[in-house]
Every structure is written in C-alpha cells, then in structure tokens.
Design a protein around this ligand. Structure first.
Ligand code: NAD
Ligand code: UFG
Length: 333
C-alpha cells in the first residue's frame, strides 16, 4: 500500500517515513522544503534501505498536488492513504505572520482534502496538537476536553483544520501530539532547527554544544512543585509508531487521539534528566515567564492505547540521550 506523507522531509515526518517503510508500506513524500532539507529524505532512504518517492511540491498548489496523485496512479502505485504533517509550526512566528499561517496550514489542508476526494482517497492521519486544548481545567487531559480560545494563530490553525477534517467525510485519525523530542537512535535523522530554536530541547542541546551561552528557564514562579512549567515529552520514534498504528487500527470515521506518555515533567526536571542521561552540565538561569505559555499539561493517552493499540515505550532519559547524540552529529557535519 502506498502512503503519501506530506511534510515528510520534516522532523516528525522523516521519523514516520522510517517507521512506515519498516512496517512494509511504500512511501511517497511531498514537501516544499520550507523548513527542511532534502538530505533528510536521503537519510531516510539510507536508514530504511528502501527507495521512497519525493516530490518538491507545495500542498497549497492544488494542481501540482493533483499531478502527484495522477503520476502515482500512472506508475501503478496509487496513493491509498495520506499522513499529513505539512504545516508551519512556530508559535512565535505565527503571531508575526498570522495570515501566512492560515493560508499555509488551513489552505494547504483544504487543498489536500479536495485532491484526496477527487482521487477517491479516503484515509487520512492528521498532525494536530495538544495546543487545541489551551490550558485545560482538568489534568490529565482527555479527548473530550473542549477547545478553549487558541493561545496563538498557530493553535487556531490546528483547531480550524480539525473542524474542517471533521466535516470532510474522510476516515480520519486526528493525532494530538504533546511534546515530541529526541531523534532516531542511529543519529542519522533528527530535528533541524533553522535559526534560533524556540523549543526547549533543541535550544538546550545547542547550549550544551557551546553554540549558545545559556538556557533561560522561562518562569520559576508557576504554581507547580518547582515553579517551572510542566509538559508531556514523548520520544519522536514512539510518535512515529503511532502513525503506523493509526493507519492500521483506526476504523471510525473521525476520531481524535491524544499522543503522550501520560506523565508530566517540569523544565527543571528535564534539565536534571538531560544531565543524568548524558553526563553533560546544562548552563542555565531562571528567567521571566514566556508570553503565551500554559502552566502545565499532560495527556491521558488511554484512548490511543485501547483503540490504536499504541503506547509510548521509550523513556524521557532515552529521548534526551538521543537528542544529544543527534546534536553532536549536527555539530560534526
Ligand atoms: P517540521 O517543520 O520539521 O516539518 C514540517 C514539514 O512540512 C517541513 O518539512 C516543511 O518544509 C513542510 N511544509 C510546510 N508547509 C508546507 C507546504 N505548504 N507544502 C509542502 N510542505 C510544507 O515540523 P514537525 O515538528 O515535523 O511537525 C510536523 C507536524 O506536526 C506539523 O503539522 C506540526 O504543526 C505538528 N506538531 C508538531 C509539534 C512539535 O512540537 N514538533 C507538536 C504538535 C504538532
Ligand atoms: N522553555 C524554556 N526555555 C526555552 C524554551 C522553552 O524554559 O528556551 C520552556 C517553555 O516555557 C515550556 C517548555 O520549556 O514550559 C516547553 O517549551 P517548548 O517551546 O519546547 O514547547 P511548548 O509546549 O511551548 O510548545 C510545543 C510546540 C507547539 C505545540 C505544543 C503542543 O512548540 O507547536 O508543544 O504540542 F503546539
């Protein structure tokens, strides 16, 4: 079965391509390389020892997308399912460029749905985010929690895409990721942050690698045990496996699934765990809160466990060790 992976040259997409190939799927990637490099696709091929198709195409370009579906059919490898990662993902940038985020993320998803339908492709796995919940009232958060006012234009695009997919008539698994971290244990693929990373782990790794002076912990006066924010960090390879599980076990028309470990970890605990996993010291200082950060969130992943037969298996220590190995690989390149 041939699966189209939009955004497959990106961080989560590349790891998912490996998991899909390892599970016996044929993979075709569509990516406009706006936040990635084609070498990541080459590394996926090397890692999985299997060829994958690559089209440098913007999913907002309906005509170009249509020709990918037609080309695949004419080659005798018609696309039968889509795993849809392609989106812009920077929360801070989305405040500066809300229209671009809307056009790319919502417009791109709209175009994809149209082309899927006109080609009779019904199965979709969509990358959503726990950001759709805002700061939930009850923890751990399950899928019945309401959408609160989006914390950012980026979050709003995920809410809009979910609503659009719900009305599309497709068979769709909506995967709400918590905080993916780490890299493939081979250190051949990982996150490629362009510019100054916004996210905790790539920033922390760059600090330890000596590329930045220190990590600022955004806020130590939150109402949590140590005063820093709490998130549910899961290994990107566990997340990748969840997409395979969704393709294989999701049968309902539309269903949302939380993907997390079910365990919350504070920023200060992440630093301690990184030091423990790698033996490296993390230079950091406590700083002011970052605007728009929610205090704490972690998943109730029991629906994914029961229905997708998926559970996060790797530890945070393993994820941090793999993130560090990838960072060292990047520095050596
Ligand atoms: P990423 O930026 O590494 O990957 C996204 C890929 O999509 C990139 O390769 C980019 O070039 C491509 N892309 C963007 N717009 C495109 C377009 N119009 N046409 C074709 N390709 C396009 O990001 P990621 O971390 O791998 O995230 C993948 C998905 O998961 C995104 O939808 C993101 O919103 C979602 N998500 C990510 C996180 C996270 O923390 N990384 C958390 C929750 C949800
Ligand atoms: N943090 C710091 N210092 C830094 C960077 C982050 O203390 O330099 C803290 C943040 O305040 C937060 C935690 O580390 O408490 C995690 O921050 P990230 O930026 O790594 O992740 P977020 O939870 O803020 O957001 C991420 C993605 C969003 C996505 C959300 C939910 O960036 O796209 O997870 O999936 F919507």
């Amino acid at each position: 079965m041939t699966v189209l992976v939009t955004g497959g040259a990106g961080y989560i997409g590349s790891h998912t391509c490996v998991a899909l190939v390892e599970s016996g799927y044929d993979v075709v990637v569509v990516d406009n390389l706006s936040n990635s490099d084609v070498t990541m696709v080459e590394s996926v091929v090397e890692l999985s020892d299997h060829s994958i198709g690559f089209y440098e195409v913007d999913i907002c370009d309906e005509k170009a997308l249509e020709s990918v579906f037609k080309e695949q059919s004419s080659q005798g490898c018609p696309i039968e399912a889509v795993v849809h990662f392609a989106a812009l993902k920077s929360v801070s940038e989305s405040f500066e460029k809300p229209k671009l985020y809307h056009a790319n993320n919502v417009g791109g998803t709209e175009a994809l749905i149209k082309v899927m339908k006109s080609n009779g492709v019904e199965k979709l796995v969509f990358s959503s985010s726990c950001t759709v919940y805002g700061q939930p009232e009850e923890m751990p958060v399950d899928e019945s929690a309401p959408f609160l006012l989006a914390e950012s234009p980026y979050g709003e695009t995920k809410q809009k895409c979910e609503k659009m997919i719900s009305k599309s008539g497709l068979t769709a698994a909506i995967l709400r990721y918590f905080n993916p971290i780490g890299a493939h244990s081979s250190a051949k693929i990982g996150e490629l942050p362009i510019g100054v990373p916004n996210n905790l782990i790539p920033f922390l790794c760059q600090v330890v690698a000596g590329l930045r002076p220190e990590l600022i912990v955004f806020g130590d006066d939150y109402p949590t045990e140590d005063g820093s924010c709490i998130r549910d960090y899961l290994h990107v390879c566990d997340l990748a496996d969840a997409h395979v599980a969704a393709l294989e076990n999701h049968s309902k028309s539309i269903r949302a699934y939380n993907l997390g470990t079910g365990k919350g970890t504070s920023v200060l605990e992440v630093i301690a765990s990184f030091e423990n996993a790698t033996g490296e010291k993390v230079p950091f200082k406590l700083g002011p809160r970052r605007e728009g950060d929610i205090i704490s969130i972690w998943a109730n992943p029991s629906r994914a466990q029961a229905e997708l037969k998926w559970t996060a298996k790797r530890t945070i220590k393993e994820a941090l060790g793999d993130a560090w190995r990838w960072q060292k690989e990047l520095v050596s390149k």
